[in-house]
Structure formats: C-alpha cells, structure tokens
Design a binder for this molecule. Structure first.
Ligand code: PLP
Length: 416
C-alpha cells in the first residue's frame, strides 16, 4: 500500500492538542472500533448505564407510580426540551421533547398551516429524507386544497417555488445524503418576505453545529436525538415553535398531554397555551432518561468547539481520501468547503454497499444510502484524528485489495 502524505506524527500532534479529547472516555465504544455512524445512531454515553439502572430499579420498580411526581417524569418533555433548546439556539419554553421526528413533522406542518389558513401550498425538497415527504402526503390527504411543490421536481431551486400562495416551506438543515448545509437564515428571510412559514428538519444538525433557530428567525423545527445528541435507539424527538406563534398555533393530535389541564379530565379539549400543546400522549420515560443523561455531554461543550473539530475531522478525511479515491472510482458527494458541509462525508462508488460492508469487517463502521452513497459521520465528542486516519487507511486497503468483491459482502440486511 502507498503511504499517506499526512504523517502519523502530524495526526498525533492534532490529537494531543485537541481540546475535546477528554470526552472520548465518556462513551462506551468497543475496543478497536472506529465508529463513523453517529449520524445514524450515536454510541452509548457511559453515564446512561447508571441512569437506566436508577430509573428501572429505583424509580419504576420501587417507587412505582409515585415517580411521575417524585422523579419528575411528567415534566421530562419540557425539561429535556429546554436543554435541547440551549443546544439549538431556542428559548427554554420553545422546545418540547416527544414522539418521533415523523410525528412531529405532521404536527409542525399542520401547525404552520393553521397560521396561514388562506394558503394551501407546501414547498419542500424532492431529495428530502423520505419520511418528511411521506408525512407531507399525509398532511395533504386531510385537505383536498393542499398542494405540494418540490425542489428538483417542480423547479430547480426552492427559492423559485415560494410565492404568495405558499403557506409552508419545509427543508432539511443538512441533507442526509450529501451532508450539504442549507442557509436556513436566508431561506427564512425569503419565506417571510412572501408571507410563508418555515419549518426545518434538524436531524443532521442538532448537537453537531450551531443551529441558531431564533437568530435565523425560524418558525418551527423538528429533529431527532438518537444521532449526534446520543440519546439512544428510538429516543424521543423534539419540536420547536417560536414563542411568537405559540398562542395562535394549533396542532391536530389533541391528546391529553397537550391539554391545558390534563388531570381535570374534562370532556372537551382545551390546548395548553404554551409549547406543551404539541404533546399528545404518554411518553417513553426509560428512553427519556437515557437521552437526558447522554445529552448532558453535548450541553457542557461549546457548540462552536464541536463545529470547529467537526470541520477539521471531515476536512482531514476528504484530504486523505483525495490521495487515492479517484484511482478507484470513488467520488466525493459532500461539499468540499467545510462551511457548506455538515458533519458527514459522503463518498460515491457503484459498489458502495459492498465497500461499506467490507470496511465494517475491518472495524470501521459507516453506512450506505441508495443508489451509491457511502456515508461516514464524524462526531467530535468521541472521535480522534487518529480514528479518521485509520478509517481512510482501511478504505484504501479495501479498495486496493479488492476485499469488497468477496461474495459475503453482497448480502443485504434489512437496515443499511
Ligand atoms: C432528516 C431525517 N428526518 C427524519 C428522520 C426520521 O425520524 P423518525 O424515525 O424519528 O421519525 C430521519 C432519520 O434518520 C432523518 O434523517
């Protein structure tokens, strides 16, 4: 194998001066593994183990139903929402943690439509994460007047699709395939100029880069906590609604947790006047407690420091891959300018699925998205520059030896 141009000494000195290096030991990462899939599922923070023990043995098994009050279970959606709010540049009463991103998209889009009752057009991205589009179809099916315009299908750019008929614009902050960052501040300005509401999906930006919802004048936003917020598999998602809309906004899933007085057991629904109106029913408390513990790690670090290291890690990977990628038909699908890139690097190759599988066997975990995208996520809280170097080296080895051509890497699993 040819040698990398960047020396191992150079990598070691980057690690030695990394201000976030102490955080790695806060995570349980299997020995020898380079985990580059935190953009899909973050690894387990060690603090979660004792929290799960406490919530199961003490709060659930021993204190039983009293824990709804004593352990503050009932308040968790708002309490955890406030922490997420700190991370994404929102106020403490503007975020609630609950349900899934998909369900929160349904609520947020209906809520946005409720603020623009005389408009019926929803503008979004053809290349969006599919669930966003599926949920839009679901919303549209509730009103025959609603139409959906998609970037890439109905026009080349999202800007040209927004006009005075537009009620809502739904976009992803960071594209799940390419990792490209959208300028949500500029889009919010344009949407507002035309009188539309903007809703942003933050799944690939929350916890990994400054989002600045209020500074960017965003109206509503949703996101998940199991990626860069390290909340655990299936951990609750979140929903943001700007304070200025809270009194007027309506959402259709009018369950008792969103009622103004849930324990009055009234016959009719009266929505909570604040962010709690976005709640619906009983929340997964065990999952909440795991997520709460995990998120503290992000909360205690400056988001700018996370972003700075994230850009350095992805840039290093691109630099290393550029030395050998082209010779093996590997393309780079992510923006080359770090400012335009989230925390993943997406590479293209016709046989990307097999290459990712071969790399997993060599101890480097990334993932694959159709038709040809190999995604590698770089999370600064637990990755070192050496991890990046080793990942690039294993990729090179996989390509140079042709390991990926072996039959066993062709078998597809249900989850890719
Ligand atoms: C951009 C984006 N939106 C939404 C989702 C789906 O979220 P959920 O399964 O929590 O509904 C994902 C999941 O990966 C995603 O990447």
């Amino acid at each position: 194998m040819t040698k990398n141009r960047i020396s191992i000494e150079n990598i070691a000195s980057r690690d030695a001066s990394d201000p976030l290096k102490h955080l790695r030991e806060e995570f349980h990462i299997p020995e020898g593994l380079v985990y580059l899939d935190g953009n899909s599922l973050g690894p387990a923070p060690i603090s979660v183990f004792s929290e799960i023990e406490k919530v199961t043995h003490q709060e659930w098994a021993t204190d039983l139903i009293g824990s709804w009050n004593k352990a503050g279970w009932f308040e968790l959606p708002v309490k955890v929402g406030a922490v997420i709010g700190e991370i994404i540049g929102a106020g403490p009463i503007e975020v609630v943690a609950c349900d899934t991103t998909s369900i929160n998209i349904y609520k947020a889009i209906h809520a946005a439509l409720s603020l623009r009752p005389n408009r019926h057009v929803i503008v979004s991205e053809g290349g969006s994460f599919p669930t966003d589009l599926y949920m839009l179809e679901g919303v549209a099916s509730t009103n025959p007047l609603t139409t959906i315009r998609l970037e890439g299908r109905d026009g080349d750019t999202i800007d040209e699709l927004i006009d005075e008929d537009t009620a809502v614009v739904l976009v992803n902050h960071v594209d799940y395939r390419s990792g490209k960052v959208r300028d949500i501040g500029a889009l919010a300005e344009l949407a507002h100029e035309k009188g539309a509401i903007i809703v942003v999906d933050l799944c690939h930006s929350a916890g990994i880069m400054p989002v600045e919802l209020n500074r960017n004048n965003i109206d509503l936003a949703v996101g998940c906590s199991y990626k860069y917020l390290n909340g655990g598999p299936g951990s609750p998602a979140f929903l943001f609604c700007a304070n200025r809309h809270l009194a007027a906004v309506k959402q259709p899933l009018s369950g008792w947790w969103g009622h103004n007085a849930p324990f009055a057991f009234d016959q009719g629904y009266r929505a909570d006047p604040g962010i709690k109106k976005f709640l619906c029913g009983t929340q997964p408390i065990l999952s909440f407690r795991a997520m709460q513990a995990g998120m503290e790690l992000t909360r205690n670090v400056e988001i700018d420091d996370i972003r700075e290291k994230s850009m350095a890690l992805t840039s290093l990977f691109i630099e290393l891959v550029s030395e050998f990628g082209e010779a093996h038909n590997v393309g780079i699908a992510s923006p080359l300018d770090a400012n335009e890139r989230g925390s993943q690097v997406s590479l293209t190759h016709e046989d990307g699925y097999e290459i990712v599988q071969a790399m997993i066997e060599l101890g480097v975990v990334g993932d694959f998205r159709t038709p040809n995208i190999m995604r590698f996520g770089f999370a600064p809280l637990y990755l070192s520059y050496r991890n990046v170097y080793d990942a690039a080296t294993k990729l090179k080895e996989t390509l140079e030896t042709g390991l990926w051509r072996e039959e066993r890497f062709r078998q597809t699993s249900m989850v890719t």
